[in-house]
Design a protein around this ligand. Structure first.
Ligand code: ADP
Ligand code: C5P
Ligand code: MG
Length: 252
């Protein structure tokens, strides 16, 4: 088990002039497949959840943060479960792409905070500092070629659709204040068709498919080991061919 001390916190004063180019992991999969839980377990096993957020060497970014602002008309539809939040057009593509590019370039970025109960963007944002590993999780994180081209590793969390539906019902009724009828209608009208049209076909782009989501401790353990190797400098973080030998020295 890694300890916090094993992965020394990022020393920002050393990386100001030569920021790290992070290892970017895309984590895709259907709604309620367990993407957020898998990412949280990875953070936990790396002890990164106990490190101050600005000192973390592994950071999670959610695609949900990039839902676009709705027009008054769309907001009305969303309130009654009549807006398609599972379509690629529901996201602010330009902002997502621009943010990923900046992250890849080692820049500090601001990530919007999304309120999924009211389908609005909050005024505040979260600052993400340059770091070693970023997990970008969401239903369509490996859908756009521009995103895929920036990702060093692509994961697809694969859980049965009945498992996903039952979890989604519980989450939307308990945490999002929606009634059962609306949740089931939204699922049938938007979530399921969009999953089949846009999300499921992206499984072919995955480097690693994780069956049974967060229950799959073996797959999570393998990914954790890979990240540990990157953090310990045993593996070049740029496995897609761009070698950067000076990189480790910039951290310690
Ligand atoms: P996603 O981010 O893919 O939508 P989440 O990780 O948020 O999925 O999981 C959806 C819901 O299912 C959450 O309420 C979560 O707590 C629950 N959940 C996730 N994995 C499991 C599991 N292995 N067993 C039971 N519940 C789970
Ligand atoms: O965490 P998860 O992958 O489930 O998040 C994506 C899901 O959130 C989408 O399937 C979408 O239907 C749902 N969503 C929602 N309300 C919003 C925005 C997204 O139910 N305002
Ligand atoms: Mg999630």
């Amino acid at each position: 088990m890694a300890s916090v001390a094993e992965f020394a916190p990022v020393r920002r004063e050393l990386i100001k002039s030569t920021p790290p180019k992070p290892f970017l992991i895309g984590v895709a999969g259907g709604s309620a497949s367990g993407k957020s839980t898998v990412c949280a377990k990875i953070m936990e096993q790396l002890d990164q959840d106990r490190v101050e957020s600005d000192q973390r060497r592994v950071v999670i970014i959610s695609q949900d943060s990039f839902y676009r602002e709705l027009s008054p008309e769309e907001a009305k539809d969303a309130k009654v479960g009549n807006f398609n939040f599972d379509h690629p057009d529901a996201f602010d593509h330009e902002l997502t792409l621009d943010t990923l590019k900046k992250i890849k370039a080692g820049e500090t970025v601001q990530i919007p905070i999304y309120d999924s109960v009211n389908a609005t963007r909050k005024k505040e944002s979260i600052t993400i500092y340059p770091t070693d590993v970023i997990m970008f999780e969401g239903i369509l994180t490996i859908y756009f070629k521009e995103f895929r081209d920036m990702l060093n590793m692509k994961l697809f969390v694969d859980s049965d659709s009945d498992t996903r539906l039952s979890r989604r019902v519980l989450r939307d009724t308990q945490e999002r204040g929606r009634d059962l009828e609306q949740v089931l209608a939204t699922y049938a009208n938007f979530v399921k068709p969009a999953f089949e049209e846009f999300c499921l076909p992206t499984k072919k782009y995955a480097d690693v498919i994780i069956p049974r989501g967060s229950d799959n401790t073996v797959a999570i353990g393998l990914i954790v080991q890979h990240i540990k190797d990157i953090l310990n400098g045993n593996k070049s973080s740029e496995i897609d061919g761009v070698h950067d030998p000076g990189r480790r020295q910039r951290h310690h």
